[in-house]
Ligand binder design. Structure first.
Ligand SMILES: C[S@@+](CC[C@H](N)C(=O)[O-])C[C@H]1O[C@@H](n2cnc3c(N)ncnc32)[C@H](O)[C@@H]1O
Length: 249
């Protein structure tokens, strides 16, 4: 493979995120996904003075929602984008932020968090095994990991690159990879810790219209799903949340 092609394939920055997310996100109505995941957390973790880490924070909207659910919690945010960390810090100054890649195990000590969440950022990874292993290392026994994204119920992993047809850019855009439920489970079990795994659909309760930016998700009606998320690259997005609980044994 030529180095040009390797560069293009290895560059896994989703450039659009820095334009889309900003500090005003925390003032907007809470996203459906956060509400559904927030309910999954509060039904499982009743202790209040806990340590919560959101990975791939965008502009901190989920951290803000956590602060309403767990006012006594210590909140941590990890993101690869300095700009988005700055946006989040402006809106949520009382959180502790780390700039870095979730693939790097050195960001946090072992057994630091009661809850680790990651919404919409696994699709930016080309190999999810490192993040899954790190999350399990950083999680306290009895804690839970919630990873929400488009996952493939069929046992096939998809690495996706796209380009706007009218763009002069040489680089292909990334950020819409889809890993199978089976692959995520395989990586979690390979860490060798006692774990329990649950999968939950994250249904969109209302329709979303297509906008001018055809890589922003919208919904279409399908037989068994009234508001199925799709995007302009012809991807059908089976949005799910995997919950991984770390056992105490
Ligand atoms: C689609 S946005 C989702 C933002 C937010 N979680 C939400 O749902 O609104 C993906 C986020 O993950 C971050 N991200 C992408 N790859 C990452 C990586 N390898 N490590 C840490 N953060 C990453 C991006 O900078 C961006 O903030």
């Amino acid at each position: 493979m030529s180095s040009d092609v390797t560069d293009i394939l290895l560059k896994s920055l989703r450039t659009v995120d820095e334009k889309v997310y900003n500090r005003t996100d925390v003032e907007r109505p809470t996203k459906e996904v956060f509400k559904q995941m927030g309910a999954m957390v509060t039904s499982r973790i009743t202790k209040q003075d806990i340590d919560i880490c959101d990975v791939g924070i965008g502009a901190g909207a989920f951290l803000y929602y956590y602060s309403t659910l767990y006012p006594e919690a210590n909140l941590y945010g990890l993101d690869i984008s300095e700009k988005l960390i700055d946006e989040s810090r402006a809106a949520m100054p009382n959180c502790e932020y780390t700039l870095g890649n979730m693939d790097d195990p050195t960001h946090y000590d072992e057994e630091k968090f009661d809850v680790i969440s990651c919404v919409g950022a696994f699709a930016c990874l080309d190999d999810p095994q490192f993040a899954v292993a790190n999350f399990l290392r950083w999680l306290k026994p009895g804690g839970i990991i919630l990873i929400a994204d488009a996952f493939n119920p069929d046992p096939i992993d998809v690495i996706m690159r796209y380009k706007l047809s009218d763009s002069d850019r040489k680089e292909w855009e990334s950020g819409w990879n889809i890993f199978s439920n089976e692959t995520i489970e395989k990586h979690a079990r390979a860490v060798g810790m006692p774990i329990e795994i649950e999968w939950h659909d994250l249904p969109m309760p209302f329709p979303i219209k297509k906008t001018e930016d055809s890589m922003r998700t919208w919904t279409v009606q399908m037989d068994d799903e009234p508001h199925m998320r799709i995007n302009g690259s012809c991807q059908i997005l089976y949005t799910q949340c995997v919950i991984i609980r770390k056992g105490t044994a």
